[in-house]
Write a protein that binds this ligand. Structure first.
Ligand SMILES: C[S@@+](CC[C@H](N)C(=O)[O-])C[C@H]1O[C@@H](n2cnc3c(N)ncnc32)[C@H](O)[C@@H]1O
Length: 327
């Protein structure tokens, strides 16, 4: 019944509840009015969030006051610099309804999202509406921020001068790695619509002197040359043939000694432990049909097939790891 707590949290994010409480504690009646809810929501909805430890409550009864927990203050209040609710907003608007058709996806192998009834690809569909594009970009930044911070801390960038983040979306990986490593110059390359947003974010982060955004179609253009080529949640979006195209393109863009780094929810080789990575692979079925997530052993065999010398997997945060291939 995990969809019960999941939807309770997703509705709270959709309603902007944690952002509203960012202004200070409120009674149930005050919160009900502020969010425009029916009286049937109070106190059940708020007390459920207390029991799930997304909210804290001082006192009991109608005068009790609800406030954010330390975690929801940091990660789910939109005024927080560490806000990561973008992914939950997208999950609520898109993935929650689409996963309702998981059984059909398992029976047909077909995507169950906006593309279900034919027409444009996921990214074309998502990018056709500015508000959808922003929502998707924020969703990616939300789910990837912790992984990119861990990569900047754990991977040894000292012997490399340049990095190209392929499919870099908002430019977040390039921004965080450049901030942590003053000697590095970074390019964030993505489709033109994403590049516009990345250019804005890079300037706002104050690293425009060493980080730039560049339009790229990685199935039509060669990748920019760099000492390190990174791909965050890119390979999992595609079938094996397109994965191999991207792995080969990364190999061709690197000098001898260069490194190819993928940031993904890499599934354990025995495929018994990383439940989130396995469910992310089911999510790729729901979103794309033939796309899938993979193990470290899969990554190793694909990289060796195009000429990489050796590979490694380093854990980053939660279910996410970096797969690294050395040329
Ligand atoms: C799942 S998102 C990952 C974003 C980011 N790397 C991260 O880890 O948070 C996939 C990214 O691939 C980009 N993308 C999709 N097709 C592309 C193409 N043909 N050429 C360049 N970028 C593409 C999308 O615009 C999107 O930013």
């Amino acid at each position: 019944m995990a969809f019960w707590p999941a939807k309770t949290l997703l509705s709270a994010v959709e309603l902007g509840l944690f952002t509203r409480l960012g202004g200070g504690a409120m009674t149930g009646a005050e919160l009900q009015d502020a969010l425009g809810l029916h009286r049937r929501a109070n106190p059940d909805f708020f007390d459920t969030l207390v029991a799930l430890r997304f909210l804290e409550r001082d006192g009991d009864g109608p005068e009790a006051r609800y406030r954010n927990s330390p975690e929801t203050t940091l990660f789910l209040d939109q005024s927080s610099p560490r806000y990561m609710g973008g992914f939950l907003e997208m999950a609520n608007a898109r993935l929650y309804p689409f996963w309702g058709d998981l059984t059909e996806a398992l029976r047909t192998g077909k995507p169950q999202n906006e593309t279900k009834h034919g027409g444009a690809s996921v990214f074309q569909e998502l990018y056709s509406k500015p508000e959808r594009l922003e929502q998707f970009m924020e969703a990616m930044a939300g789910i990837s921020a912790g992984n990119f911070q861990a990569l900047a801390a754990k991977f040894d960038f000292s012997r490399y001068q340049t990095l190209c983040d392929v499919g870099g979306a908002t430019g977040l990986l390039s921004i965080l790695v450049a901030k942590a490593h003053a000697h590095l110059r970074c390019i964030s390359a993505d489709l033109p619509a994403a590049t516009v947003i990345a250019t804005r974010k890079i300037a706002a982060a104050g690293v425009g002197d060493r980080v730039s955004a560049q339009p790229l179609d990685f199935f039509a253009d060669p990748l920019p040359n760099a000492d390190v080529v990174t791909m965050g949640m890119i390979l999992h979006d595609w079938n094996l043939e397109k994965k191999m195209h991207l792995v080969k393109a990364a190999y061709d863009a690197l000098p001898p000694g260069g490194a190819f780094v993928v940031v993904e929810n890499i599934i354990d080789d025995a495929r018994r432990q990383n439940a989130f990575g396995l469910m992310m692979s089911l999510n790729m079925l729901v979103e794309f049909g033939d796309a899938f997530d993979f193990t470290g052993a899969d990554f190793d065999s694909w990289c060796r097939a195009v000429g990489f010398r050796r590979t490694d997997v380093i854990h980053l945060a939660g279910p996410a790891s970096a797969g690294i291939a050395y040329k």
